[in-house]
Ligand binder design. Structure first.
Ligand code: CA2
Length: 141
């Protein structure tokens, strides 16, 4: 099984700023933890991070062409604005789980709505960086 983990804008800053919201793990730490978990479960993982909306859409389309079985995406702030990413998720016919490290429902009101979430199979929000591993576990099962 091939799973791709996609992270959107500013998530390359994880572990360096705002640790009270996003924790102390860097994106590399998170990816290494997921890789170890995937290896034990016979899953092939790939990772992508971009600060650019179009690059994220291009990568979602690449996942379609590469016959990826599942996608875990944290679209960052594009979750709240990007109908283009939502359309891309809908168009590729791949199960997508949306992950938010923070609880988007108990922060600023603009974060409480995700336009991309409606295109996902499910959403994990507020469980910290463990949310990525929980999403991966969904695909394992
Ligand atoms: O909780 C999440 O995972 C978010 O997707 C994170 C986004 C935010 O815009 C969403 O509302 C919720 C922001 C990611 C910013 O990442 C940073 C990481 C470290 C330091 C500063 C920003």
């Amino acid at each position: 099984m091939k799973i791709c983990i996609i992270n959107g804008p500013n998530l390359n800053f994880l572990g360096t700023r705002e640790p009270h919201i996003y924790g102390h793990e860097t994106l590399s730490d998170i990816e290494a933890g997921l890789e170890a978990f995937a290896h034990k479960n016979g899953i092939e993982l790939s990772f992508f991070q971009s600060n650019c909306e179009g690059e994220i859409i291009d990568h979602l389309q690449k996942c379609y062409h590469d016959k990826i079985d599942g996608i875990i995406i944290n679209p960052g702030a594009y979750s709240h604005t990007s109908y283009a990413i939502a359309d891309a998720i809908k168009s590729i016919s791949i199960d997508v789980i949306e992950v938010h490290i923070s609880n988007i429902y108990k922060r600023e009101s603009f974060r409480a709505h995700s336009v991309t979430a409606a295109a996902a199979v499910g959403v994990i929000s507020g469980l910290g960086t463990a949310g990525y591993k929980l999403a991966l576990n969904y695909f394992v099962n």
